[in-house]
Write a protein that binds this ligand. Structure first.
Ligand SMILES: Cc1cc2nc3c(=O)[nH]c(=O)nc-3n(C[C@H](O)[C@H](O)[C@H](O)COP(=O)(O)O)c2cc1C
Length: 243
């Protein structure tokens, strides 16, 4: 199994220690990305990635190698401390550079582990934000480890061990989980957008090229009967709403 770790902390301390404890329960090859070292310039809002192609991002030389590592991995580990009740600017900047995945999701077969540390608060909301973001990328299942260190140099090892073992077992199983209803809604939104009268050309090409418009959800995932009906009903409505 291959794993990529994206470390959004500028240092290797609390959050990184949690990642290292988790890693002891995961067998495989690891690639580490320390965003602090990557020096990705700030997203300048040019919209090239969204409207034209991700290849047109002026910072593509920095972003593409990281994205390629994520594409090659079976499991993605994303770590961030809470900074001012959110992810670090380092991680947010990386997420801004990958915003096109909202329009053109492609990580349907990947599982992820989110690791968040904080001094006192915000850890659950920050983990939820990362979870929601990467499920928009298509990620099939997200596991979360959060901890409020509060000045202590100790961690909830029981929780770290339990969650990381579950994550590793799931990655190894290759099992594809049924998506949440919200994920299906977003799939249908982008599908309806791609098929609309005035689509974003890059999105249309992507959805068509990968035959995603032919499915109720990603082709790799077999929706249960209820979710298949739900997706069709959603798409029926959205097709009429999104002109
Ligand atoms: C700039 C900055 C902002 C922070 N904001 C918060 C915060 O909003 N809430 C909180 O409880 N802790 C906050 N912290 C504390 C860190 O989240 C906490 O110490 C974390 O474990 C640091 O992780 P690291 O050792 O991986 O850098 C902040 C720390 C820094 C440096």
């Amino acid at each position: 199994m291959k794993y990529v770790i994206i470390n959004g902390s500028p240092r290797r301390k609390n959050t990184w220690k949690m990642v290292e404890y988790a890693r002891k329960n995961i067998n495989g090859e690891f690639e580490e990305i320390h965003l602090m070292k990557e020096k990705i310039p700030l997203c300048n809002g040019c919209y090239n990635c969204i409207v034209e192609s991700e290849e047109k991002c002026p910072h593509r030389d920095k972003v593409k190698p990281i994205v390629d590592k994520m594409k090659n991995a079976d499991g993605i580990i994303i770590a961030s401390p809470v900074y001012a009740m959110n992810v670090t600017a380092l991680l947010k900047n990386f997420l801004d550079h990958t915003a096109y995945f909202y329009h053109r999701p492609e990580f349907f077969t990947k599982k992820a582990l989110v690791v968040v540390s904080t001094a006192g608060s915000g850890q659950k909301n920050v983990a939820k934000y990362i979870d929601e973001t990467i499920r928009h990328w298509g990620v099939n299942k997200v596991y979360k480890i959060t901890y409020a260190c509060g000045g202590k140099d100790e961690f909830d090892l029981k929780n770290i061990n339990e969650v990381s073992k579950k994550f590793a077992r799931d990655v190894e199983s290759g099992k594809m989980h049924n998506p949440k209803l919200g994920d299906i809604v977003f799939y249908d939104v982008w599908k309806a957008m791609a098929l609309s009268k005035e689509p974003i050309e890059a999105d249309k090409q992507y959805w068509m090229k990968n035959n995603l418009t032919d499915y109720d959800f990603a082709p790799e995932i077999q929706l249960n009967l209820f979710k298949r009906i739900f997706s069709r009903a959603m798409f029926f409505i959205l097709k009429r709403v999104i002109k």
